[in-house]
Design a protein around this ligand. Sequence first.
Ligand code: MIG
Length: 762
Amino acid sequence: MFGKLKNYQVSGGRVTFEFEGSDGLKPCVEVITDTIFNVFVDYDGLGHRSRAIEEGFGEQAVFGQLPQKEAETEVKKEGSAVVIRSKKVTAKVNDGFAVDFYDREGNPLSLAWRGERKEKTGLSERELAMLAGEGHAISGKTKEIRAEERRSLDREDCIYGLGDKTGFLNKRHYEYVMWNSDIPDPHEDNFKSLYKSIPFMLVLKQKGVYGIFFDNHCKSFFDLGKESEDYYVFGAEEGNLDYYFIGGDSLKDVISDYTAMTGRAPMQQLWTLGYHQSRWGYESEEKIREVAEGLRRNNLPCDCIHFDIDYMDNYKVFTWNKETYQDEKKVISDLKDMGIKAVTIIDPGVKVEKDYYVYEEGVAQDFFARDTEGDIYVNAVWPGDAVFPDFGNPKVRHWWAEKQKYLIDLGVSGVWNDMNEPASFRGPLPDDVVFTDEDRPAPHSQIHNIYGHNMAKSTYEGWKEYAGKRPFVITRACYSGSQKYTTAWTGDNHSIWSHIRMMIPQICNLGMSGMNFVGADVGGFGSDATPELFARWIQAGCFMPLFRDHCALGGRRQEPWQFGEEVLAISKKYMDLRYELLPYLYDLMHETEMTGIPMVRPLVLEYEADENVRNRNDEFMLGDRMLIAPVVEQGARERMVYLPEGIWYDYWTGERREGGSFFVKEAPLDVCPVYVKAGAVIPKYPVRLHVGEDKDDLLILEAYPGEGTYGHYQDNGQDFGYRQGEFNEYKISNRNGEVTVEKQHQGYRDYGKIEVVRRFFG
Ligand code: MIG
């Protein structure tokens, strides 16, 4: 990148360099903590302009900011290099701004790549032009890459994270583009972009582990060993070279560090862990009521029905269709009486229509993006001609936050943000459409990847302010750090077997990228679910943080009772299990808020030394003690299962198994193989139809043979009182079925009753 190292200056933990050819760019390396180093080249001359790390954000110190305490640092010249040492990591800065990182014993963790670059295998200009014709140019490079970094790869390195990318758990050998993209075609493992941009990756080495967070929200590129076996490359067309190297002792450490900086997914309300029923096409009051009644008639637990774009008047946001609804407020309150909450979709595009209040207010206050001529930029989305709120402007976010009152007053319980890549029907938004990036105008190319993030942030702030509960926001598009404000779903999957398979690594990688509360549409969104596919999907989906059955207009209806008696019974079995597991899921959500470690985990996150799990795509863990091995093959009535080291119990039969090997497990259509670790305690609630249903406030502690301890957490499941100490914490010990419960924090009412159930004690 640059030439010889000429000079350097030390100020606290920050070392600023001068190289041949680096005039004015102020390349620097800064020690943030013992394990986090920042590498920065100020191409823009604007300094760090992170939208992921927010100084001063949040109610608790862990919610997304750079740690304030200064790490102990030692800086000295060694030969031609400058060596920067923290207690845990050493960086060596060489000529050309080649930065090498070592662990505390001096073993290399990540070295700059110094060799020649191989010939690029990327798309030719011609291929790019062809793809542009099909609307896929969004994934291609269009400009010169400015900020670029090339780093060495070792043979054994595996790469995880990167948000919602398609394909498999291990991202090595693939190439990705960070450019939030709405792609309706079935997502394949060769896709480079999807809806979210999370430029954070974890590298698991034969010995050692580290993370790279490339905090550049413009269009960026990751070649993770496609071009070469020997190195990976990341870079961006605009913005700065601004990345964090995170060293740690484990993948979990790296995730904790990343989420300490960008924020941790906070506790959601308890009911959000219930079952959600949705479909695009519940086009009237009658349809919604029919679905709610169907759920209850079939004795199916459910906490929420989603209102897709059908409920709006001509797809105008913050309005209701008066022709298809007599009284929306009454519908919502009738649902509430059945224990079912309403979540409404809100798109960013505002219909161009005289006298439509949202449009008029936005125009009057200059809140919509403009073209380079200064006119309000118009594209088309669901309402036809539409304009785009400039969410990067804090005033616009404030206005949009106030708009949420419309929904809150109607009794709505949460918001589902769609189309916020932003998507558009009349070609993509041109790169030069003028938006705002906080305090300065910025072209679309520089705010595209944070558009959904800013929309979610504004929605969160509105609900926090006006609803007084933990805001429940679901988004399709996001950036690093969005987990502070919003949950997410994986967008338009299809009812095809490759997509139930893909859901597992996709949710695991989102979780490792900070986005904890996520789910894929159960049953698949596009195309038509078969009874078998739906049965398998609800079995796997009931273990995901967001458990929502959703499908597209025009496709086969997909409520659990649409596939016959057998599939209905299977659905009920797993929906009931979901409700039994509520306190376990809630404990895990609490753990995520405290540590950043996601609820759903790939096996490699718990057993990183085990080479058998580094590429395990078809199993996952719920917390550290429950392993799920769903059937994701059409026609299969058995499957291969791998259990890592230790003793495991088959959740359904009690069969005891020693880990460390593969075996074939029989799995008829009603069985999703689940294993529980020896010594585990799993907290449960009695089966119920919705979370608020009173069941004597009973907590059931299921104890498995073996020894172990467990931390259980309890609060009101609704508001932020827990941050003022309104919660209980229990330490539960299991000595081979002898269970003791010790209260460790008292700030909330006690359970009506705690019951111990010993499972599989012969
Ligand atoms: O252009 O609101 O991903 O969940 O049902 C399609 C209609 C718009 C895309 C979302 C999907 C939703 C649908 N939306």
